[in-house]
Ligand binder design. Structure first.
Ligand code: ZN
Length: 134
């Protein structure tokens, strides 16, 4: 599935997130002081305001927290139906990614399903999507 995706403007805060897929890594900003994660990426910890943060690779697995199936053809090149899901990342408490579930029929997607990240590259941006892990 190739969706026409809005291209993020890469900057100091978010480049590690959008380009980590080049190395197969999902990188999430973590605070070196309090240990908490911040997403979307910031150069300040959202928990303690520390600037001692860095984008660290995480497992790239998670579970489907919630999802919806889109049947609306928003663009002529956009095949429907597709799944928009919120994925709770393993080992990254409090971080959820809004993403698509790919590589399976929409009927196969369920709440709580384990998933793993796959990257879709478009012009140097690596979009983190997820597929079922079992
Ligand atoms: Zn912190």
């Amino acid at each position: 599935m190739r969706l026409p995706r809005p291209r993020p403007k890469l900057d100091q805060e978010n480049s590690a997130f959008w380009t980590g897929g080049a190395e197969g890594k999902l990188r999430i900003v973590r605070c070196g002081d309090c240990g908490n994660y911040t997403h979307p990426p910031r150069i300040l910890c959202r928990h303690c305001q520390s600037e001692n943060v860095s984008a660290e690779p995480v497992a790239g697995t998670g579970v489907i927290d919630t999802f919806t199936v889109n049947h609306q053809p928003w663009a002529k090149d956009l095949p429907v139906p597709y799944v928009i899901a919120r994925v709770a990342l393993d080992g990254v408490p409090g971080v959820y990614l809004t993403t698509n579930i790919v590589n399976c029929p929409v009927e196969a997607v369920g709440f709580g399903d384990p998933v793993r990240v796959v990257f879709e590259e478009q012009d140097g941006v690596f979009y983190p999507l997820f597929e079922k892990a079992d």
